[in-house]
Design a protein around this ligand. Structure first.
Ligand SMILES: [Zn+2]
Ligand SMILES: [Zn+2]
Length: 94
């Protein structure tokens, strides 16, 4: 079974496959306690749904299997929404 952990830092979201580490770390209580990228806590649950994290890699990008969200760094937490579509208020010609 494949196990993943994800960095709890929303600006990092580093995904780590711990399947291999698990075999090597059978004698250890904890496999990894901190993100190797930013040092934040690692979570074994989906940051969006709270379920056990399962990762799919379509196109080489990590996606949550339960809510199908991209597990990517989110440096812009407040991404401005796209501007309203300009309303074509063309004058009517009769
Ligand atoms: Zn991190
Ligand atoms: Zn999810």
């Amino acid at each position: 079974m494949t196990h993943f952990v994800i960095c709890e830092n929303a600006a990092c979201h580093f995904v780590l496959d711990i399947s291999n580490q698990e075999r090597q770390a059978t004698r250890r209580q904890s496999i990894l306690s901190a993100c190797p990228e930013c040092g934040s806590n690692l979570s074994s649950t989906c940051p969006f749904s709270g379920r056990v994290l399962l990762v799919h890699w379509p196109g080489g990008l990590p996606h949550c299997a339960c809510c199908h969200r991209k597990l990517q760094p989110n440096p812009n937490a407040h991404t401005p929404p796209p501007g309203p579509a300009p309303i074509a208020n063309a004058a009517k010609h009769h």
